[in-house]
Design a protein around this ligand. Structure first.
Ligand code: GDP
Length: 447
């Protein structure tokens, strides 16, 4: 536990119903005694933990009427004594109370310092702290859900299970190194190889989940493509629910990729309305076309749009040839313009004007973009965690190969030990100070 008392405004800047000033450290309660005058009979020093007490918050130059709550160490967020003042939600009020806490001996908390103290005091693991940041910074429901799983130590628990298994293998290796007996050792190496094979398989299963996790964190990238005038911009606007892309009946109006974000099934989808991918003598339009091609290359799903009434001609076919390698949704748009019930090979018939087929298109986007896997169990969303699991797996593959080659057991032990340490980067046990710093810098002041 550190000696310094830290304070910060825990609520977001701006006006609101309530603002919270939080103090953490061994003198938090003593500080509250000087800054809070309870309305009831209980003096601050006798406050029961986790109970809200009404009273006067004394900022020195002014007073506010609010609430004070005390969290007793170690059962607080930081693991230290914590006091919160809940005042009226004006920026000057909260700032004035914060200033008072500084006068009474606290210092300003740095970004994420409350959570960092929680980590250093063993209240949560490093991946759990990252889950808190994911929840706060999350731009979609899926990211919040994934952050909550991380916060609930789902990944740390997994990492620790792997570490326990590796520790068990290391203990066996140590015994064999200390008491070598030819035939026993041979049998042990074989068992070790099988155990490593199993752990590599489990790590492989886990790392595969990152394909979904990455999309949860960054969003699913969708390229809307098709020849000009088929209604790509109109479809994008319809899905966004507001006008974003320029709509015009002059072919080639969408000069640049226009982007918008929507949430489908709680997951963020980044939609790009690409310029018609076609030959063009116009330089500005050509730049747009180049960008469109690079978006198509990078996208997770391509939506190919053709005109329902006109069907697919050679120019459409050329666009299709460009996007055919991608997970593809074929859309025939402008279905409102004809009463013919043409049978097409489209996945969905839409009208950007009436909205017909738009919900089906969104459902198809979710299925194609997220795959069949449900994102419910997805908590591998951070590249840092994925990278640690991948590196640990590589070390174990090397160890398994060393078993096959008949390398000395102590050499195999070094690889296994190294995998154990890499897994500790997830929990925080072996993470460097620089990594820890970087993680807590992602937080705001007051968290
Ligand atoms: P883009 O070049 O593919 O982006 O096409 P736009 O979205 O700019 O649309 C071209 C023209 O088709 C505009 O006049 C739109 O109003 C019209 N349009 C787009 N979608 C539909 C649709 O579903 N039905 C009808 N009737 N017109 C549409």
């Amino acid at each position: 536990m550190t000696e310094e008392n830290i304070a910060a405004i825990a609520t977001a800047p701006g006006k609101g119903g309530v603002a919270i000033v939080r103090v953490s450290g061994k003198d938090a309660l003593a500080l509250a005694e000087k800054a809070f005058l309870p309305s009831g009979k209980t003096p601050v020093k006798d406050f029961s933990p986790y109970r809200m007490y009404p009273g006067e918050i004394d900022a020195g130059s002014f007073k506010d009427y609010g609430l004070c709550v005390y969290f007793k160490a170690p059962n607080s967020y930081t693991g230290e004594d914590v006091v919160e003042f809940h005042c009226h939600g004006g920026e000057s009020i909260a700032r004035g109370i914060l200033k008072r806490t500084f006068e009474l001996g606290a210092r300003s908390a740095t970004r994420g310092e409350f959570t960092k103290r929680a980590f250093l005091n063993g209240k949560l693991s490093l991946s759990s702290a990252e889950g808190v940041a994911d929840m706060i910074n999350g731009e979609s429901e899926a990211e919040v859900k994934a952050g909550y799983l991380l916060y609930g130590e789902k990944l740390t628990k997994k990492a620790r299970e792997f570490q326990d298994e590796l520790k068990y293998l290391l203990a066996g290796i140590e015994v064999s190194v200390d008491y070598p007996e030819e035939d026993v050792e041979e049998q042990h190496v074989d068992e070790l190889r099988l155990a490593l094979e199993k752990t590599v398989g489990q790590l492989d299963e886990l790392t595969k989940r990152y394909a979904v996790g990455k999309k949860i964190k960054s969003g699913v990238t969708v390229a809307i493509c098709g020849k000009p005038n088929t209604g790509k911009s109109s479809l994008l606007n319809r899905m966004l629910g507001y006008e974003k892309a320029i709509v015009s009946d002059v072919a080639g109006t969408t000069r640049d990729a226009v982007e918008g974000t929507i949430e489908i099934g709680g997951v963020k989808f980044n939609l790009y309305d690409t310029a018609g991918v076609r030959e063009s003598g116009d330089r500005i339009e050509s730049v747009g076309i180049e960008r469109a091609e690079s978006i198509i290359k990078a996208c997770d799903v391509a939506v190919f749009v053709a005109d329902y009434a006109r069907g697919v001609d050679d120019e459409d076919a050329r666009v299709l040839a460009i996007v055919k390698e991608k997970p593809l949704i074929k859309v025939f748009n402008k279905v409102d313009l004809t009463s013919d019930d043409t049978d097409t090979d489209a996945d969905v018939h839409t009208s950007a004007v009436t909205g017909e087929g738009i919900e089906k298109l969104k459902a198809l986007l979710y299925d194609k973009g997220m795959g069949e896997r449900s994102e419910d169990a997805a908590f591998l969303i951070e590249e840092r965690h994925f990278d640690a699991l991948r590196r640990a797996k590589m070390r174990l593959i090397d160890a398994r190969n060393a078993c096959e080659k008949g390398d000395p057991l102590d050499f195999i032990g070094i690889e296994v030990q190294s995998a154990w340490e890499i897994l500790g980067e997830i929990t925080g046990e072996t993470a460097s100070e620089a990594v820890i710093e970087e993680i807590f810098m992602k937080f705001c002041v007051g968290k």
